[in-house]
Design a protein around this ligand. Structure first.
Ligand code: NAD
Length: 262
């Protein structure tokens, strides 16, 4: 007599995240909030670690910490582990933008952005590693950017920070592969988030600026935060069990294609 297989909590056939305990930084807005929502929908338990709780989707546990504050990060990570009963997945998504050429930003501005975008990942991952090592399905996903690959004008500091995220992803993947910890990143193009909304609002004609931005996309539209979130869920799930040290573009073809809308 055969008995029906009991579904495991991490069913490798579906990519569902039932029972997976995920910590997401920057979960209060934009891509991070979409990741929280997508993970909750797949059955995960989720903690957002952000400077604010406002905007964190319902159903998630929320910790307030700035990723530039090592002590606060350590407290938030331990609180997250206590609230969820452990940590299986870390999504290092919190990040800030910066505009300008090397002539435009002083040392203080460089250090401010690198502190969030690069060292923030180091602090959160360092604090979470003991929990990841104790997990049966550990994974780290970093939010990088196509700015790591593409020479974008007037984005020297931001691009350098994301280039570092790309290299850090590879180095971390190498360091922890024998412990079973997979480390990957997603590299979004231009994503329709409050961040981009703020940039558009600062333009003289926001509607015209949005049209110009869309015209630069091979698909003719901006990437949705949900599309990035689904890619993060894939990399965090057992469907990606053989994928580590990889960067997945979620950019509507912006990085690889030489296509412009008609
Ligand atoms: P967003 O501004 O909408 O959200 C960022 C979130 O991170 C906010 O909730 C903010 O409070 C939090 N955060 C910022 N600094 C923090 C800090 N020091 N400590 C804790 N939390 C902090 O931005 P978004 O567009 O959703 O961007 C999220 C990530 O995606 C960033 O890493 C960004 O570089 C990356 N990204 C965005 C785009 C895009 O076009 N929007 C493209 C490529 C990559």
């Amino acid at each position: 007599m055969t008995t029906a297989a009991t579904p495991t909590t991490h069913d490798p056939r579906t990519g569902e995240l039932d029972g997976v305990r995920a910590l997401v930084t920057g979960g209060a807005s934009g891509i991070g909030a979409a990741i929280v929502t997508a993970m909750l929908a797949r059955g995960a338990r989720v903690t957002s670690v952000d400077r604010t709780t406002q905007g964190v989707p319902d159903g998630a546990h929320a910790e307030v910490a700035d990723v530039t504050d090592d002590a606060a990060v350590r407290v938030a990570v331990e609180n997250a582990a206590t609230a969820m009963g452990g940590i299986d997945v870390v999504v290092n998504n919190a990040g800030i933008g910066a505009q300008g050429t090397v002539a435009d930003n002083d040392d203080a501005e460089w250090l401010r952005v690198l502190d969030v975008n690069v060292l923030g990942i180091v602090r959160v991952t360092r604090a979470a590693l003991p929990h990841l090592r104790a997990s049966g399905c550990p994974a780290v996903v970093n939010t990088c950017s196509i700015a790591a690959w593409t020479g974008l004008p007037a984005r020297a500091l931001y691009s350098a920070s994301k280039g570092a995220v790309q290299a850090l992803t590879l180095a971390m993947a190498a360091d922890h592969v024998t412990e079973g910890v997979r480390v990957n990143c997603v590299n979004p193009g231009t994503v329709d988030t409050p961040w981009v909304g703020r940039l558009l609002d600062a333009a003289a004609d926001p509607a015209a600026e949005r049209s110009a931005l869309e015209a630069r996309q091979p698909t003719g539209r901006l990437v949705s935060a949900e599309a990035v979130a689904h890619a993060v869920c894939y990399l965090a799930s057992p469907l990606a069990s053989a994928t580590t040290g990889e960067a997945l573009a979620v950019d509507g073809g912006m990085h690889n294609l030489r296509v412009r809308p008609q």
